[in-house]
Write a protein that binds this ligand. Structure first.
Ligand SMILES: Cc1cc2nc3c(=O)[nH]c(=O)nc-3n(C[C@H](O)[C@H](O)[C@H](O)COP(=O)(O)O)c2cc1C
Length: 222
């Protein structure tokens, strides 16, 4: 009997000329390399539709068995942002004063970061990114595959999409991040991975001077 449940459709592959491919890859290299993490945000509003579009772009990332095992919780409510700030600063205070190793603190020096996170209430959007080890379908747990890898890929796609749309981000990871589960009513098994801060940079934003590794230091062609 023919299997009619699992249909295939023709791939919509748009072939580019070698010249176009080279030009596109050059543009991407240039434009994506302009992305920088910022730590001073403007309160300027951002159209929610841009966030929605970028989330849909992020959901195009490959995921284990196409389960899309993640939840992006977009926070713009000032009261919820305040709760997140209070909880994040508490974790960061304990990190900077007790838990961080000497080496870690040394590595963080160029960024001039500390336990204070004023941007958490200033930036228009915080996106809490959770990896979901399972989904609940009709009251039943359904296992997901590669939730961490899939969520990381979607998060990277989101960051690039926001950047190419004209917004700036901070990948923030106060550790542990599980205070987000409580504040945002997420099941405790969902793993909070990143608190992405999104918005425009404050007018005089500066970023640490730093380069990126040359190709031969992070890749090999065999
Ligand atoms: C997984 C991850 C966690 C990070 N956590 C923090 C953080 O908690 N606080 C912070 O200020 N920056 C954080 N960053 C930002 C990095 O410091 C930044 O990406 C790196 O210095 C490279 O700079 P760039 O993003 O401007 O290229 C994090 C980045 C990643 C990928």
């Amino acid at each position: 009997m023919a299997n009619t449940e699992f249909l295939f459709t023709k791939l919509n592959f748009i072939e580019k000329s070698p010249k176009e491919m080279l030009a596109t890859s050059e543009d991407l290299k240039t434009n994506l390399n302009k992305r920088r993490t910022i730590r001073t945000f403007s309160p300027r509003k951002v159209d929610k539709k841009i966030i929605e579009n970028c989330l849909l772009a992020a959901s195009s990332a490959p995921s284990g068995a196409n389960k899309q095992p993640y939840n992006f919780v977009v926070v713009s409510d000032p009261k919820v942002k305040e709760k997140i700030k209070v909880a994040a600063e508490k974790e960061e205070e304990s990190f900077y004063s007790k838990r961080a190793s000497k080496d870690w603190l040394e590595d963080l020096k160029p960024f001039k970061t500390n336990s204070k996170k004023p941007y958490l209430t200033v930036a228009p959007y915080l996106i809490a990114i959770f990896a979901k080890p399972f989904d609940i379908v009709d009251g039943e747990k359904q296992k997901n595959y590669y939730p961490i890898e899939s969520t990381g890929l979607a998060a990277g796609t989101l960051i690039s999409s926001l950047h190419l749309s004209g917004l700036a981000t901070l990948t923030h990871t106060p550790s542990p991040l599980n205070f987000l589960n409580e504040i945002l009513n997420q099941p405790k098994q969902y793993k909070a991975m990143i608190l992405l801060v999104v918005g425009y940079p404050e007018e005089h934003t500066e970023v640490p001077e730093q380069g990126r590794k040359p190709l031969d230091q992070f890749s090999e062609f065999i």
